[in-house]
Design a protein around this ligand. Sequence first.
Ligand SMILES: Cc1cc2nc3c(=O)[nH]c(=O)nc-3n(C[C@H](O)[C@H](O)[C@H](O)COP(=O)(O)O)c2cc1C
Length: 287
Amino acid sequence: MKWRFCSEEAETERYVVCNADEGEPGTFKDRVLLNSYAHQVFEGMTLCASIIKAEQGFLYLRGEYLHLVEKLQDILEQRRDSGLLGNNILDQGLNFDIEIRLGCGAYICDEESALIESLEGKRGIPRNRPPYPVSQGYLGKPIVVNNVETFFAASKIAAQGGQWFADVGTKQSQGTKILSISGDCTKPGIYEYPFGTRIEQVLQDCGATDVLGIQVGGPSGTFIGLDELQRTLAFEDLATGGSFIIFNQSRSILDIVKNFTHFFAHESCGFCTPCRVGTSLLKKTAG
Ligand SMILES: Cc1cc2nc3c(=O)[nH]c(=O)nc-3n(C[C@H](O)[C@H](O)[C@H](O)COP(=O)(O)O)c2cc1C
């Protein structure tokens, strides 16, 4: 929908951004995708550019992923040499290139409008909507911002077809979701599941026993206990960006709350009063 809305804008100077600022505690899937599948991610961005008619793309990369920059620059260079980026891509008349921009470690810059502010060289604070970024985003021009996983999936969909993707998952949540699984389990790591998968299945696969609860979607997400293991990964149930942190019975729920409260107080950008003041009050209460 974003690609369609952006392509329908009257303004023809348009931009593509890959949100690789991955700052939600417990998520590391984008780092793995960029480390192992960067070609596919750049392919997805180029497909988006060809559809929305953009000439410039940005990979907004988390500052802590500095170690990936050289490798990613090499891959961009290879793609330019192969005629997959630059002027007149594959003789199809498309001009598009990708620049890497580094974030500076602010959680709020993962939010797309704050990210755009940061791209423009300003302090990262969220913008009010409307206008939405697809109509007025970077430098006031239409922009599509998508996550690394989305561009990766787009490249696979282009090759295998929409039906192939839609055949997996549930009616409301089609396709798959990549999870970053960490915490108290014997096999942490990256897992890809069809939407609709039950939490108990995930716990079984990653070797989690003696579970106290799971933080699905990172501190901004949902904490579920043992009586909710039948719930599913899906937009209609447990929506998640991919962070999946498992806590066993040796953990104190109060310590978890304290940790998350400190995180939000530290990362509040300070723009809105309920968050600026509220997170500090919560931190004082949690101790
Ligand atoms: C506080 C906050 C943190 C966010 N963190 C991320 C993030 O780490 N990565 C990301 O891609 N999107 C993040 N988002 C969502 C982005 O604003 C944006 O919706 C997303 O990049 C769009 O990608 P998609 O449509 O491909 O899912 C965050 C949003 C908020 C409000």
